[in-house]
Design a protein around this ligand. Sequence first.
Ligand code: ADQ
Length: 498
Amino acid sequence: KSGIEWNPSRERLIVVSNRLPFVLKRDESTGKLIRKSSAGGLVTAVAPVVVDCGGRWVGWSGDCSLSVDDEIPEASEEDTTPTAGLLKHQVVPVYLNQQQFNSYYNGCCNGTLWPLFHSMSDRAVYSSEYWQDYIQVNQLFAEKTLEAMELSKKEGPDIVPLIWIHDYHLTLMPSILRQALSEKNSNALLGFFLHIPFPPWDIFRLLPWDDEILLGLLGCDMIGFHIEDYCINFMDCCHRRLGCRIDRKNLLVEYGNRLVKIAALPIGIPFDRFQRMAEEAPRLVKEKRQKIILGVDRLDYTKGLVHRLKAFERFLEKHPEHIEKVIFIQIAVPSRTDVKEYQELKEEMDQVIGRINGRFSTANWSPIRYIYGCVSQAELAAYYRDAFIAMVTPLRDGMNLVAKEFVACQIEEPGVLILSPFAGAGETMQEALLINPYKIDDVAELICSALEMPRDEREVRMKNLRRREKVNNVDAWAQAFLKTIRSTTSMDPESDSK
Ligand code: ADQ
C-alpha cells in the first residue's frame, strides 16, 4: 500500500521513465519473456502508487531485440517485489533499436547531458546526430504516453491523467505532450523530476540545445529537483536564456500564459526496509580487530572513486600506525560499460588499487578489498551495518542514496559518515563530516579523525542523521511530489472537501 489517497473516478497516475520498473528477459528454453525485478528506491516508492490507483508505467524494456510482437508477461507467483501488482495492461513498453540505444542513450544521455549536468563540461560530447536521436526517442516516449493516457481516460469520463516523467533522458517530452494535448483539447497534469543536478547558467549555456531543453521542460505544470540550488539554477537559466519572468520567493516560472511550479523535493530511501535488512543480515567480514572503511558506488567518474582511493593512500602514508588496523572495502557496480570513459575509469581503478595494495600489504593483510559487481541488498545492508566509516565523496551528485542507506543500517556500534558537500545529500545531512573530495590531504586527515572520534560524538551525530532519514523517507518524497503537483490545480482531493 502506498499510503496516498486517490480519487479513482478522477485521477490516474502514469509514470514515464527511461527504463520500466523491471527488466524483460527472454527465457532461453521457452522463448517467452519473463520479468526480472530491479529493487531501486524509485521503483519501491512509486510502483505501489501506480498499482493502487490502477495507473500505468511507460518505459524501455532494457532489450533492443524486443518488439511489439512480444507479449508482456504477468508477474510470476513467486514475485513479491513492489512491481508484482502491476498487471500487464499497466505496463506500456517503448521499443528502441540498437542504433537508437547507442545514439540516444549512450551518446546524448550519457555522453552529453550526464557530464554537462554534473558540471564536467570538458567530458561532454556535442553531436547533432545524437541530438536528433534524442528528439526522436523523446517523441516515441510521448506517443506511448499519449496512448496510455487515452486508455486511462476510457476508464472514466472525468479522469484526468497525472503524468510523472523522470530524469534527464526525457526532458523534451513535456512540451511534446503539452502540444498534443492542446491539439486534442484534452487535459492532464504534467510533472517532471530531475534525479541529477541542474547546472548553473554558465555551464548550461555551453549546450548547443540549451533553449530546447528549457522549452521542453516548461511544458510541465510542475518540475521537481532534489535541492533548492538546482531550482535556482533552472530558474536562472529560464530567465537569462528565454527571458522568462521568475518568482524566486514562490519558486514559479512564467512561460507563455502559464505558471510552472518549481519545487525542491529531496528524495529519501525505504528506511525501515534497510533497517530490517541490517537486523537480519549475516556477518560477512570475519576480522573483528580491523575497522571497516566502506565505499559503495556505481562505477562512475562523478562519484570521486579515484580521489577517494588516493586520499586513503595518503592516510596510510601519513599514519602508518593504522596499518593492519583498518580495511578499505570498495564495492563498485559496473555501469555504462559500453562507454569509453567508463572503461577507462575501470582500468584506472584496477591500477590505483594494485599500486596501493602492492605498496602497503603485509603477510596477513591487504589494505583494499575491491568488489567489482552487483551485490544483493541484503549483503549491502551487512556491509553498511558493520562499517566504521562510510566514505561518500562524489565530485558531484544529484542526491546520493548510499549516504542514506548507510545511516539506516547503522543499528549497532555507531559509525561515521564522511560526505562530500557536492552531493545533494550534503545539504541536509549536516551531522556528517563534510569535506571537499579534491582536498586529498584533508580527506586523509579526516579519515584519521573519524577513526578516533569518541563514541558519544558518533552516537549523537548518527542518531540525528537516522531520525531525519526515517521521517523523510522515499514514501514521504513521492507523497510530497504528488501533493505539490495536485496543488497546481483544484485536483487536490483535500480541496474538494473544503
Ligand atoms: P545513482 O547515480 O545511481 O542515482 P545513488 O543515489 O548513489 O546514485 O544510488 C545508487 C544505488 O545503487 C544505491 O541504491 C545503492 O545501494 C546501489 N548500489 C551501488 N553500488 C551497488 C553494488 N555494487 N551492488 C548493488 N547495488 C549497488 C541517481 C543520481 C543520484 C540520486 C539518485 C536518486 O545520480 O544522485 O540520489 O538517482 O534520485
